[in-house]
Ligand binder design. Structure first.
Ligand code: BG6
Ligand code: MG
Length: 220
């Protein structure tokens, strides 16, 4: 396919912050006496902070135990823990192949966009020293519906002036793959085939290592 823009999810695609999200949620869940394992965590990937909390509470049938103000406090508490963990993020944490790919995209004059549900994305990109490689970072507040709705991918493509048929989206989450497909873009999944194929991934790679510009051009 002709590729004019690549839209990257951040957590779990550019770096391993997905693990920090898991640690911070698990800590909050334990405090609330809620059990949470890695399998359940898959359902939180790509999902906004408040929606993640809601899913955790529903999972334990505790969704009616808290007022909105209390839920907001719990989400803030999780974020405070998560942001502390982000202090550990350095350029060494960029996943294999990502920096090289971003350099290649710049050289090829292909737009690079971050389409992450995270409000912490700009901070993480600064810690990774990757900010300059992206043409645009979509703020999740710019769009009405979070993943699995297509909004964030469509918004990213629109801002850089590329139509979906020329876009590749890269995601590690089920909700993210669904969002890319709803946006009518080519979906590259990073992770396990059994998890991401059923969500509609066009191709699944075990890691970002083989994500080169020449490989992306062979897709579609
Ligand atoms: C996504 C993560 O990238 O961002 C989710 O996959 C997370 O797990 C979401 O809940 C929101 O992140 P933040 O940083 O705004 O709490
Ligand atoms: Mg992700």
């Amino acid at each position: 396919m002709i590729v004019k823009a690549v839209l990257f999810d951040l957590d779990g695609v550019i770096t391993d912050t997905a693990e920090y999200h898991y640690i911070a949620w698990k800590q909050l869940a334990e405090q609330l006496d809620i059990e949470m394992d890695k399998e359940f965590n898959e359902r939180l990937k790509g999902v906004s902070r408040m929606e993640s909390l809601e899913r955790i509470l529903i999972h334990a049938n505790r969704q009616n135990d808290f007022t909105l103000a209390e839920k907001t406090d719990l989400a803030t508490q999780k974020n405070t823990e998560y942001v502390k963990l982000l202090d550990n993020v350095t350029p060494a944490d960029v996943y294999a192949g990502i920096l090289e790919l971003l350099v290649e995209l710049k050289t090829a004059d292909v737009r690079a966009v971050v389409a992450s549900a995270s409000k912490n994305a700009p901070q993480i990109l600064r810690s990774l020293e990757l900010t300059e490689y992206f043409d645009y970072v979509v703020d999740p507040d710019e769009v009405e519906h979070g993943k699995p709705a297509p909004d964030i991918f469509l918004r990213g493509a629109e801002v850089v002036g590329v139509t979906p048929e020329y876009c590749i989206g890269i995601e590690d989450a089920q909700a993210g793959i669904e969002a890319i497909k709803s946006a009518h873009m080519f979906a590259v999944g990073i992770g396990q085939e059994e998890i991401l194929k059923p969500s509609g991934a066009d191709i699944v790679l075990p890691s970002t290592e083989t994500l080169t510009w020449s490989f992306l051009q062979t897709l579609g």
